[in-house]
Design a protein around this ligand. Structure first.
Ligand code: ATP
Length: 200
């Protein structure tokens, strides 16, 4: 039985913060593999900020290299992605393995408003990490509530995090600031080659 981490995101673009969190999750939960899952729909409306599903998938593949796997389960489907649908699909693909959904505390606080949270908790254990900024007491209370309501398996991991976000990076690129070292080198090359996110 393998311990498999699932890490979804827009990855618009994927950056060193994402890779660091995946590695922290792998180390702290003893994961055998981590699979990155770029989301299907990009919700950004500003044309300078849009990267296509294909571009986000390619950047994620380049960033992960040999270290992590990348799934196109969400990018190959049209329309928005639902975590419940993805988790159920992974449960079917890996019936014998332990699945861990790597999720920021901010996302876990909203999960009860997502489509079919019960299906998510049936399929996976949530590995929740705090990203700073959340109210610790409210977070603990919400974790307890989800455990009681859904029988949710939620593990909290204490991780080292870098203060960088994709929106910061898109803004740095558009404004002509240095972004090269906030993404991995092949992602930097891809962004430049394809002229993504405005001014380079
Ligand atoms: P944006 O700034 O466009 O909202 P983002 O940087 O938050 O993007 P996403 O692709 O939305 O990136 O994030 C995917 C997951 O990675 C989310 O669970 C998010 O909480 C987490 N994440 C993003 N940046 C970091 C970071 N610097 N450290 C740890 N986790 C991060």
């Amino acid at each position: 039985m393998a311990r498999i981490g699932l890490f979804g995101g827009t990855f618009n673009p994927i950056h060193v913060g994402h890779l660091t969190i995946a590695e922290e999750a792998r180390l702290s939960a003893g994961l055998d593999r981590v699979i990155f899952i770029p989301s299907g729909e990009s919700y950004f409306k500003d044309p300078r900020q849009i990267a296509s599903r294909e571009d986000r998938l390619q950047m994620t593949r380049r960033a992960c290299g040999e270290a992590y796997e990348v799934s196109d389960i969400e990018t190959r489907r049209e329309g928005p992605s639902y975590t419940a649908v993805t988790c159920r699909a992974f449960r079917e693909m890996y019936p014998e393995d332990a699945l861990y959904l790597i999720l920021g505390a901010d996302s876990l606080m909203e999960i009860d408003r997502w489509r079919d949270p019960g299906a998510i908790f049936d399929a996976v254990t949530v590995l929740a990490f705090t990203r700073g900024g959340e109210d610790a007491a409210a977070f603990t209370a919400e974790v307890e509530r989800l455990r009681a309501k859904y029988g949710a398996r939620i593990e909290i991991i204490d991780v080292f995090m870098l203060d960088v976000s994709s929106s910061d990076i898109r803004r740095f690129i558009a404004e002509g600031h240095a972004f090269r070292h906030l993404v991995s080198e092949p992602v930097y090359g891809y962004i430049r080659e394809h002229g993504l996110y405005g001014k380079q």
